[in-house]
Design a protein around this ligand. Structure first.
Ligand SMILES: NC(=O)c1ccc[n+]([C@@H]2O[C@H](COP(=O)([O-])OP(=O)(O)OC[C@H]3O[C@@H](n4cnc5c(N)ncnc54)[C@H](OP(=O)(O)O)[C@@H]3O)[C@@H](O)[C@H]2O)c1
Length: 335
């Protein structure tokens, strides 16, 4: 077990990559108690300097390695595009730096397995930034589902996506950056299904492929219990981003942006429906940041809210879906 961080100072974050989600995380880290941001690293010096000036960060590095090797950084947040996750996390583990890495953890399960093995061998904190699982609403949702209030859950329908444009970034359509709907948005409904229903026993996936990535993907799954799910991820349709769990006695509907699990409705036949509105802070990332702080303060190397074994299992599901839809990435995506 690593030594807990010194308690007389805040947890010092380093931000790796200067894209859109890194900017959001900077704001959210600053909303989280017991945190400060000490440095940013980018592939380009100029980007690092610009990001540091915009966000008031003291140190800017023109390489990821320099950020990772800075001993003034207690934990690195990896906000780079998917294909850059593996190398960045591997280096963090090599130097013993705790790391929170964006979803999906890597391009395929073999890479995730390698990183998890290395992190466990080196006793280094490692967590997937699957913020949905850290939201208070997630615990409330799973409590309602397991309470039996809607009976046995027999079906889940969940979709996530949007109409992506150049404004959302080139990476979504770039095979070299492991773009596509499955890895970017499909990972959310798959995670929701896995976390609530367990490991599926059968998976069928279909996709619209264009330009070397999946623009839309639909997945049907079954579980040994007889439960079924229909899951969607898309970069080309204004889908209803809802999740509906249907049980033998009623339904739980997460009607808006299910990945935020901001509020949901429990509808049981013969009773008035009730609305559950869990607490939420910031834009929703504060809870995962606080979970990292809690783990580091406790000397934990894995978060029980986002178990690494489940991150591996979910990567294997992504692999299987990609196999079925015939999506292979070029070597450049496996850096
Ligand atoms: N948790 C969430 O809600 C959420 C939301 C959006 C995205 N994400 C995840 O966060 C990651 C980044 O997404 P984003 O929307 O922030 O993407 P983005 O705006 O395109 O930024 C990605 C960053 O990755 C770095 N990068 C590394 N290798 C690159 C390459 N070959 N080409 C281009 N950029 C490269 C760049 O930073 P430098 O130039 O500074 O090196 C770039 O700014 C993805 O893995 C995504 O799945 C999570």
């Amino acid at each position: 077990m690593p030594a807990p961080l010194p308690s007389d100072r805040p947890v010092r974050w380093g931000i790796l990559a200067t894209g859109r989600i890194s900017a959001t995380l900077v704001d959210e880290i600053r909303l989280t108690p017991d945190c400060e941001i000490v440095a940013v690293g980018s592939r380009k010096e100029e980007s690092a300097r610009r990001f540091a000036a915009t966000h008031g960060i003291a140190t800017a590095y023109g390489s990821y390695d320099a950020l990772i090797e800075d001993d003034a950084v207690d934990v690195v947040y990896v906000g780079a595009s998917h294909a850059a996750h593996f190398g960045a996390v591997r280096h963090c583990i090599e130097v013993g730096r705790p790391v929170l890495c964006e979803k999906p953890l890597t391009v395929d399960a073999a890479q995730t397995e390698e990183l998890v093995r290395a992190a466990r061998a080196a006793d280094v904190f490692f967590m997937e930034a699957m913020w949905m699982r850290c939201r208070p609403g997630f615990a409330e949702l799973t409590a309602v589902l397991s309470s039996g209030e809607i009976g046995a859950v027999r079906h889940l329908q969940a979709a996530l996506g949007f109409v992506a444009t150049e404004e959302h970034g080139h990476r979504l359509f770039d095979p070299n950056q492991a773009g596509g709907a499955l890895l970017d948005v499909g990972v959310y409904p798959i995670t929701l299904a896995f976390a609530t229903l367990g490991e599926p026993d059968e998976i069928r996936a279909l996709a619209h492929l264009e330009g070397g990535v999946d623009r839309s993907v639909v997945m049907a799954m079954t579980w040994p219990t007889g439960a079924t799910a229909v899951l969607t991820g898309t970069l080309e349709a204004d889908v209803n981003t809802a999740a509906v769990f249907s049980g033998t006695k009623g339904r739980v509907e997460v009607t808006e942006a299910f990945q935020e699990i901001g509020a949901f409705t429990v509808a049981v036949e013969g009773r008035p429906s009730r609305r559950v509105v869990p607490p939420a802070e910031g834009r929703g990332y504060v809870h995962e940041i606080a979970e990292v702080v809690r783990c580091l303060r406790a000397g934990l190397t894995e978060s029980p809210l986002v178990p690494l074994d489940e991150s591996i299992a979910i990567m294997r599901i992504l692999d299987e879906c990609r196999r079925q839809i015939g999506l292979t990435y070029p070597d450049a995506a496996y850096r």
